[in-house]
Design a protein. Structure first.
Ligand code: ZN
Length: 271
């Protein structure tokens, strides 16, 4: 490392896992990060993703708020745990802000420091949850030799609170990123589908139905059930259409996105 007084060698205090990741690699960049507990180094290495598997099976994943993720196989990853933690942090934040507004200058400074630390804790918890969910989804795709289909943009429909909205947007984005890179690393194709209609269409008969909170009901074929599961089924169907062009005949093609490894699904026409 180049310091003010010249270059210095600093040994890395890392475990076998990190050592293996670095073995035989040429780092392309490194960033030194100062944390409360010491200095950390982020080392960037480039690795070639394996060839993606060929499959016509697709697992659809619907990202939501009440349930963070629901798959077309009926697997549900509840958001209740993260909501509890988030509510707890929100309460602490309110208390600290109230205290800061009444306190002396040093109290205010102390509160500001605490607030900053809280937001770091909340983000780390979010990351940990998203790593767990994405790992489990990709593992399932490996076991069943399936591709994974996700919505291109997640509909944030259940809240109008702006702060919560941006938090959710970030959480969705992060979960999507984690699924994508874990899948690419495992040779699992990831397909992004247009979100239009995935939540309003009945996965059984493709008619537009009613969504009432977590419940979807179709007046055409009578199917009723979990709205996110219905969405995940539609996402899986849309994703499958990419792998069998012209298959179900319910789709029209739109321009494929130019992200290596990612394919874009046709837009669902409905009806
Ligand atoms: Zn129906």
């Amino acid at each position: 490392m180049t310091l003010l007084h010249g270059r210095e060698r600093i040994p890395l205090d890392i475990g076998n896992y990190q050592r293996n990741l670095l073995k035989g690699q040429k780092p392309t960049a490194a960033t030194l990060v100062k944390m409360r507990s010491g200095y950390y180094i982020d080392i960037q290495v480039k690795s070639e993703a394996p060839d993606t598997i060929e499959t016509d099976k697709v697992i659809g994943v619907d990202l939501g708020i009440t349930d963070l993720a629901v798959t077309s196989e009926g697997e549900t990853y509840s958001g209740s745990e993260i909501k509890t933690v988030r509510d707890h942090f929100a309460q602490l934040r309110t208390d600290l802000q109230r205290k800061a507004s009444k306190g002396t200058r040093s109290t205010r400074r102390r509160c500001r420091q605490l607030l900053k630390r809280l937001s770091g804790k909340e983000q780390r918890f979010q990351r940990w949850v998203n790593h767990g969910i994405s790992k489990s989804i990709v593992q399932r795709a490996i076991e069943t030799e399936s591709a994974i289909a996700l919505e291109d943009l997640s509909g944030i429909r259940q809240t109008s609170n702006r702060r919560i909205k941006s938090l959710h947007k970030w959480a969705f984005y992060q979960l999507k990123e984690y699924v994508s890179y874990k899948a690419l690393g495992a040779g699992i194709p990831v397909i992004l589908v247009e979100p239009a209609y995935t939540s309003k269409t009945c996965h059984q008969c493709h008619h537009i139905g009613d969504r009432n909170g977590k419940v979807f009901s179709c007046h055409s074929c009578g199917w009723g059930g979990d709205a996110d599961y219905n969405g995940a089924k539609n996402i899986a169907d849309l994703g499958a259409a990419v792998n069998q062009p012209g298959g179900p005949g319910l789709f029209c093609l739109i321009e494929a996105e130019k992200i290596p490894g990612l394919q874009k699904a046709p837009l669902f026409r409905g009806g």
